[in-house]
Ligand binder design. Structure first.
Ligand code: HAM
Length: 413
């Protein structure tokens, strides 16, 4: 038996697990102030939910999905992202009557990628999706939520917002035609990946990190030259809205994103602090997705962010549990159950308390110190009979006897 976790996966030990949870809770609380509600969809779906929607030629589908046949002969795929599952749930549950809808989700995602810092095969996303609103104001609000959230995590100085528009499907089709015409001339000089993309999904070549590709792309017809009047207007409004809200951005004309379902706005919050894994949060508009999956035409926009990358950037103390206020210590075995009762009463008064169990008083005090408790409350049988406790302030070392009925007054920090 192998004892290490499978490649690209990791155990989240309490320190990291706490940090993930704190970031997730913080994001959800922020999203709630914007009217988002939680949704949870299955971790695996019928393969076509992802394969048809994210684009057969996208990296995620062509190289990275965990797809398997189950014992009943169904082809299933571990979810590589959350949007397609939410769209599927919207259709399966007949939610079209309740629009607009705002969903928040978090959970593990799976991509067979080459693991490195900030990139895993099992990773965790938090994400939001707004369904049923086709206005630029919705995009603005989505980006504003992302910005608000990242700023609240203390990341304002570490991130940059890049935004672009892919236009509507007409704009994209016209651009694609001219781009292919242009790139065909240089086909032999393109990187092998880009040569394949030229046949399957030429727009993705714009995203190439290959130096030579990038040089060739300098002279390529740019998407924004083919934008329809309506698409341009839509995008101008989004940018104006961001300016009004004081959200700094860079219009990154080559930003195309890796999934096929996007139209109009696409955006990424990037960082220079994570090496190659520069994208902390990414999203955009996907007005055709639900219809493509067989539902009624329903516009959508959203984003997702990887908790692993967020945790690497965020102060490790962010949202850590408040320090233990009282460590309750039984000096003798016979006072142990009374100690549990005291801890319970203290918690009812919203005081963080924990009964130190096991070992002698010395060991328990050591543990209380290690946990950073403000006070140690010690109870022996004499104290129990006299209805008092010994209270030790662990930072000053001061120790006093306090009547039980006065206890709360002495626990102020
Ligand atoms: P994505 O750009 O593929 O978009 O992923 C979003 C975020 O997930 C990335 O910015 C990154 O933080 C994190 N991420 C992706 N792959 C990995 C990995 N292998 N290891 C660690 N973190 C990773 C989506 O998934 C879209 N569903 C976003 C969206 C929602 N668009 C509209 N609504």
């Amino acid at each position: 038996m192998k004892f290490q976790p499978a490649r690209g996966t990791q155990d989240l030990l309490p320190e990291t697990a706490k940090q993930f949870r704190a970031i997730d809770d913080f994001a959800f609380a922020k999203a709630q102030t914007y009217g988002f509600e939680p949704i949870t969809t299955p971790i695996f779906e019928f393969s076509e939910v992802f394969h048809r929607t994210l684009g057969e030629s996208s990296d995620v589908v062509s190289k990275e999905t965990y797809t398997f046949t189950d014992r009943g002969g169904e082809s299933l795929t571990l979810r590589p992202e959350g949007t397609a599952g939410v769209a599927r749930a919207f259709i399966s549950n007949g939610l079209a009557q309740n629009l607009p809808l705002r969903f928040y989700y978090s959970g593990p995602m799976f991509r067979y990628e080459r693991p490195q810092k900030g990139r895993y095969r099992q990773f965790h996303q938090i994400g939001v999706e707004v369904l049923g609103l086709e206005t630029p104001e919705t995009d603005i609000e989505c980006v504003a939520l992302a910005h608000d959230f990242l700023k609240g995590l203390g990341l304002a100085d570490k991130i940059q917002l890049e935004i672009n528009t892919l236009g509507d499907s007409d704009s994209r089709a016209k651009h694609r035609e001219r781009l292919v015409e242009y790139l065909q001339k240089f086909k032999a000089a393109l990187s092998p990946d880009s040569q394949v993309r030229l046949e399957k999904n030429p727009l993705r070549i714009l995203d190439s990190k290959d130096k030579k590709d990038q040089e060739l792309l300098m002279g390529a017809p740019a998407l924004h030259e083919f934008l329809s009047v309506d698409s341009q207007k839509f995008f101008d409004k989004v940018l104006q809205g961001l300016e009004t809200l004081g959200i700094p951005f860079v219009h990154q004309k080559n930003l195309v994103r890796g999934l096929d379902y996007y139209v109009h706005s696409v955006f990424e919050f990037t960082t220079t602090h994570l090496g190659a894994q520069a994208t902390v949060l990414g999203g955009g508009r996907y007005d055709g997705l639900i219809e493509m999956m067989g539902g009624q035409k329903t516009p959508g926009v959203g984003w997702a962010s990887g908790l692993e990358r967020l945790a690497l950037l965020t102060d490790p103390n962010f949202g850590q549990r408040p320090q233990l206020q009282v460590a309750v210590i039984a000096a003798e075995e016979m006072t142990e159950s009374e100690c549990l009762k005291i801890s319970h009463e203290l918690r009812n008064h919203k005081i963080r308390s924990e009964t130190m169990l096991g070992g002698n008083v010395g060991k328990k005090l050591k543990r209380a110190n290690k946990l950073g408790a403000h006070f140690a409350l010690i109870l022996g049988s004499t104290e129990m009979d006299q209805k008092v406790v010994t209270l030790k302030n662990l930072s000053t070392g001061e120790q006093k006897t306090v009547p039980r009925y006065e206890l709360l007054q002495h626990l102020k920090i």
